[in-house]
Design a protein around this ligand. Structure first.
Ligand SMILES: [Zn+2]
Length: 257
């Protein structure tokens, strides 16, 4: 089917289970994913279409299984590797730890793709742990709920404060919507439940994600990632991010002492 629609990157079929599944269940799902990966490669090799095929590392939140999965898959000639089975019920700390664990055992010269993640802050954290690519419904899902991501933080467009605002969603954004419409007009569309409202916020949010990744790439090439990470993290932080960060710090302090 992926050959029929000519996707640039084909993904193997994988078994994605709840992160809370026990080790035996996780192993079974991982081994099935591996068998499917081998069959996918065989199917790809039958017909040369110039499409890339990525394998998917599974293993839930079990470190030994993550390692085994990466070891098995990286012996096969995939064009890149995805980290699957995260963002399905585990904590943020578990996700970060497993992401780091998985990228450490993947080759340096092939793309790493973290599936189904995340918010702008999640992307910054994952890049810090060695991830190159993402896909996620969050930018459009949040747009449907009236939220716009900007480099000045998260904007809930239905807030009364924006009713008469003549400025764009994000003055730093070059998207179709920011070049043409004001915050006041976008609020009018969202409050009136006009379908164009969430469409426009989606156009903006998707562009914001592209811009975020552009800035990350530029930062890495210019002076390494550390400074870019700090600057962008401060720029895109949402109230929830700050709360999560405070909770994670509290856990660390408790563990220490
Ligand atoms: Zn925009």
């Amino acid at each position: 089917m992926q050959q029929a629609i000519n996707s640039e990157i084909m993904m193997v079929l994988d078994v994605c289970i709840d992160s809370r599944t026990d080790e035996a269940g996780t192993r079974e799902a991982m081994e099935r994913t591996h068998r499917w990966a081998v069959r996918s490669l065989a199917a790809k090799e039958k017909r040369s279409t110039g499409q890339a095929l990525f394998g998917i590392v599974q293993g839930g939140v079990h470190p030994a299984l993550r390692d085994a999965s990466a070891e098995f898959l990286t012996k096969l000639p995939f064009d890149g590797f995805a980290i699957g089975g995260l963002a399905v019920g585990e904590t943020k700390v578990e996700r970060d730890t497993m992401t780091e664990r998985a990228t450490a055992s993947l080759p340096q010269d092939k793309p790493r793709y973290l599936m189904g993640v995340g918010t702008p802050t999640d992307l910054l954290e994952a890049v810090l742990r060695g991830v190159d690519m993402f896909d996620c419904i969050i930018p459009t899902k949040m747009a449907q709920q009236g939220y716009a991501y900007t480099f000045q933080g998260l904007v809930r467009i239905t807030r009364t404060a924006y009713r008469l605002e003549d400025g764009p969603l994000d003055p730093e954004c070059d998207c179709y919507v920011c070049k043409r419409y004001t915050r006041g007009y976008l609020q009018h569309l969202m409050r009136g439940k006009h379908h164009l409202g969430s469409r426009f916020l989606s156009v903006h949010n998707v562009r914001h994600y592209q811009k975020l990744m552009e800035r990350i790439r530029e930062g890495i090439l210019r002076n390494g990632y550390a400074q870019t990470y700090r600057e962008l993290k401060a720029a895109v932080a949402t109230p929830k991010d700050l709360k999560d960060e405070a909770a994670a710090t509290a856990v660390t302090l408790k563990d220490v002492g």
